[in-house]
Design a protein around this ligand. Structure first.
Ligand SMILES: NC(=O)c1ccc[n+]([C@@H]2O[C@H](COP(=O)([O-])OP(=O)(O)OC[C@H]3O[C@@H](n4cnc5c(N)ncnc54)[C@H](OP(=O)(O)O)[C@@H]3O)[C@@H](O)[C@H]2O)c1
Length: 351
């Protein structure tokens, strides 16, 4: 059985990939994780043909060990913890180490290269997308001799309607409001439920997928569309309210002057290159909210994955979306757990 290393396999995007590869019954899966005992790691370790390897994305020895002997790799580095500079370095190093280890097919999970797509206008530069965009260009520039490579580009997850900045606020009258700085731009949201089949297709069809940058979406929608579809599907009133960035940001910033990779804790690598959380997400909201995103090729997506979820309404019905929040990102889940533990410890200290 051919083995595929999945980096980021305990995460929101990687989980469905591990599940799809495992259920194919012809791929064994090796997942790199910092903690093999975490609930998510244990959940995937119970799937058929899935093994865990402990290690870090930002450690070259760990990467060598992880890539050794596998046929394929699916790599999603975590820009939110690595930061832009480290994601760029380790993104390139992971590819180079995979080549050294003789991997045959490398799938890189990318995000839209916003700065390039916005014609290098710095207003649209933010770290966790542009680092991935640069790495993808580096990977494709190496050609297809020796190792095949494919890029899987995703926009914001549709599932973020449960977690983070896309969650609506329920009003006292029972209605739901999305108050944010999005203008009328169409955002290419992707349902994570379809990431597995797209990834499996890339591995199953190397003659077609080698050198390809597959840019996926489920539906391209504005926030006004999201509110309208929500009302159609749930019967509950949904509304989008535009807030200028200056008004919006203070209510969502993790703490004043937080760095973009605040989730990595106080000892993470930081220097002049590190954007603040505000700079990072100002550019992020501008790009998506103004509708600057590159349009996806829906006909191609239909051919590759005929059973894909086709609309936001279909997704909402499938997952019984009701506007209430729910954990999606492992990083956010880990932060909440750490904060709850700290609170408990503080409460138990005698005064
Ligand atoms: N949220 C979105 O809408 C969206 C859309 C497109 C792309 N992305 C990109 O997806 C990436 C995050 O992945 P996700 O959405 O799946 O987030 P997530 O649910 O928070 O998962 C983060 C993953 O990264 C792993 N990880 C983090 N630091 C690591 C390290 N130093 N060494 C090894 N593993 C590490 C975690 O593994 P362990 O904790 O098990 O070690 C986990 O599997 C980001 O770069 C983000 O830009 C996000």
């Amino acid at each position: 059985m051919r083995a595929v290393l999945v980096i980021g396999g305990t995460g929101a995007q990687g989980l469905p990939v591990v599940k799809s590869l495992s259920s194919s019954k012809y791929f064994a899966v090796r997942v790199l994780t910092r903690d093999a005992k975490s609930a998510r790691a244990q959940e995937i370790a119970r799937l058929p043909n899935v093994t865990l390897v402990e290690g870090r994305q930002d450690n070259q020895e760990d990467l060598h060990r992880a890539f050794q002997g596998v046929y394929g790799a699916w790599v999603n580095t975590d820009g939110f913890t690595l930061g832009e500079k480290n994601e760029l370095f380790y993104g390139c190093r992971a590819y180079e180490i995979a080549r050294h280890q003789g991997v045959k097919h490398y799938v890189y999970a990318c995000a839209d290269f916003a700065l390039k797509h916005a014609n290098w206008d710095e207003k649209y530069h933010w770290g966790h997308n542009d680092a991935k965009g640069r790495v993808a260009e580096y990977i494709l520039a190496q050609g297809q001799e020796g190792m095949k490579s494919s890029i899987l580009t995703t926009g914001p997850y549709m599932n973020m309607l449960w977690d983070g900045m896309f969650v609506p606020t329920q009003q006292p009258d029972g209605s739901f409001v999305w108050a944010n700085p999005a203008k009328s731009g169409k955002i290419p949201l992707i349902a994570l439920e379809d990431i597995g089949p797209y990834s499996l297709w890339l591995f199953d069809n190397p003659q077609k997928s080698a050198g390809m940058n597959l840019k996926v979406t489920t539906d391209e929608v504005s926030f006004a569309d999201i509110a309208t579809v929500f009302t159609e599907v749930t019967g509950k009133k949904g509304m989008h309210k535009y807030l200028p960035l200056d008004e919006y940001l203070p209510s969502v910033e993790p703490f004043p002057n937080a760095p973009a990779n605040f989730a990595a804790g106080p000892n993470a690598v930081r220097d002049e290159s590190t954007m603040t959380w505000r700079e990072n997400f100002s550019a992020w909201w501008r790009y998506w909210g103004e509708g600057r995103a590159e349009r996806r090729d829906m006909a191609l997506l239909d051919r590759i994955h005929p059973g894909r979820i086709k609309t936001l309404g279909d997704w909402m019905r499938k997952v019984h979306y009701d506007g209430q929040p729910k954990n999606v990102l492992k990083g956010v889940e880990d932060l909440k757990r750490a904060a709850a533990l700290m609170q408990k410890q503080e409460a138990s200290v005698p005064v």
